[in-house]
Design a protein around this ligand. Structure first.
Ligand code: SAH
Length: 347
């Protein structure tokens, strides 16, 4: 019988499993804390449990690991990029970033992506599979073990569309924030989405405190549908309505991501249309000169992004141009994983 992946279980799920084994509930608390607070890698290390119980757990469950296949440390700042190999041989990427206010990690939620955004390297080879809650957590745990330090905040902006792997992402957040384990406030978690509308409404009800970041990238439906296929399913007006509702339910400000692409969405009239669209919303616009992707000839210029920002600011919209960290190891998001696959197929 295949063993159950214990790191993917929320406290309630673990507690049910422990009850089924006929064991008292306080053991569920101990185990959850060993897994998510002390981050043990083996049942042997759960020294507050009897040897007999450790052996029973070993029979029924497994504690997975991720292998660090590549570790790229920036020489300009303290950014480190990890390429992890999953137990089935697939790869995902994670970035460790140090700011003056603390350490943040950018995590992946899927192997590949099926959203098809034209400017994004993670989607070009298509979708392989969802990550489990445990695999999302392990991106943090392995890096913390490697660095010997703890992180302060998380952005779900790596490979994949988090709202397309909704259940596992919610389990991940429940495990992360459970006071019986790590107890991290979800106010330190930002979820970035291309705009899967029904799940934006669900998110507001299922977990509390998460900062929503919406990848907008164009102020018009014609322009957005051209670069983001999801817009043909949920258009700008539906997405913004969901964002307004998210702000109302959670009291949190929403961030809009806007990758500035020369000759595509970078004109003065685009900035004006964007300001018009977001007027009166409790929000912030994050501008980023688009990272080049091999297959497309999209170009991003910092100067254009700064001009765009000045127009937005003048029109009363909060906007910043995102600071780039680890630019020497950047290789636009999703590139490391693609290179690893290409290397393997050449062998
Ligand atoms: N699927 C989610 C999260 C992953 S992408 C989403 O769409 O939001 C994280 C952010 O990086 C998104 O805002 C995405 O649009 C942006 N992005 C992807 N490729 C990019 C590129 N080549 N240059 C700049 N930003 C990019």
């Amino acid at each position: 019988m295949e063993k159950t992946d214990i790191l993917s279980l929320t406290y309630d799920e673990l507690s049910k499993e422990i009850a089924l084994m006929g064991e008292p509930q306080f053991h569920a608390k101990q185990i959850f804390s060993w897994l998510h607070e002390k981050k043990v890698t083996d049942f042997e290390q759960m020294t507050t449990l009897s040897l007999q119980l450790r052996a029973r757990l070993q029979e029924k469950f497994c504690i997975n690991r991720l292998k660090i296949a590549k570790r790229l440390a920036s020489t300009i700042d303290d950014t480190v990029k990890y390429l992890y190999q999953l137990s089935d041989g697939n790869y995902v990427e994670t970035v460790w970033m140090e700011y003056h206010h603390g350490i943040s990690m950018c995590l992946s939620t899927q192997v590949g992506c099926r959203m098809g955004c034209k400017f994004c390297a993670s989607t070009i080879a298509g979708f392989v599979r969802n990550l489990t809650a445990g695999e999302i957590l392990l991106q943090i745990y392995e890096a913390e073990r490697d660095m010997g330090r703890k992180i302060d905040s998380i952005v779900l902006m790596g490979i994949g569309e988090p709202l397309d792997n909704y259940d596992n992402v919610i389990s991940f957040m429940k495990i992360l924030s459970d006071p019986k384990g790590r107890g991290m406030s979800l106010r330190h978690v930002t979820l970035s989405t291309c705009g899967i509308v029904p799940q934006i409404y669900s998110l507001a009800n299922d977990v509390s405190g998460v900062t929503l970041s919406l990848s907008l990238h164009s102020p018009t439906d014609a322009g957005r549908s051209e670069i983001m296929p999801i817009n043909r399913k949920y258009n700008i007006s539906e997405v913004l309505k969901a964002c307004r509702s998210y702000i109302k339910t959670t009291g949190r400000r929403v961030t809009f991501e806007y990758a500035v692409i020369e000759n595509i969405n970078s004109a003065e009239q685009d900035a004006k249309a964007l300001a018009e669209l977001l007027r009166g919303m409790q929000c912030h616009v994050n501008l980023i000169p688009v990272n080049p992707v091999a297959e497309r000839n999209y170009r991003g210029k910092r100067k254009t992004a700064e001009q765009f920002q000045r127009i937005l600011t003048r029109l009363g919209i909060n906007a910043t141009v995102r600071r780039t960290l680890g630019s020497d190891i950047q290789a636009a998001c999703g590139q490391l994983r693609r290179n690893a696959h290409e290397e393997e197929s050449r062998r």
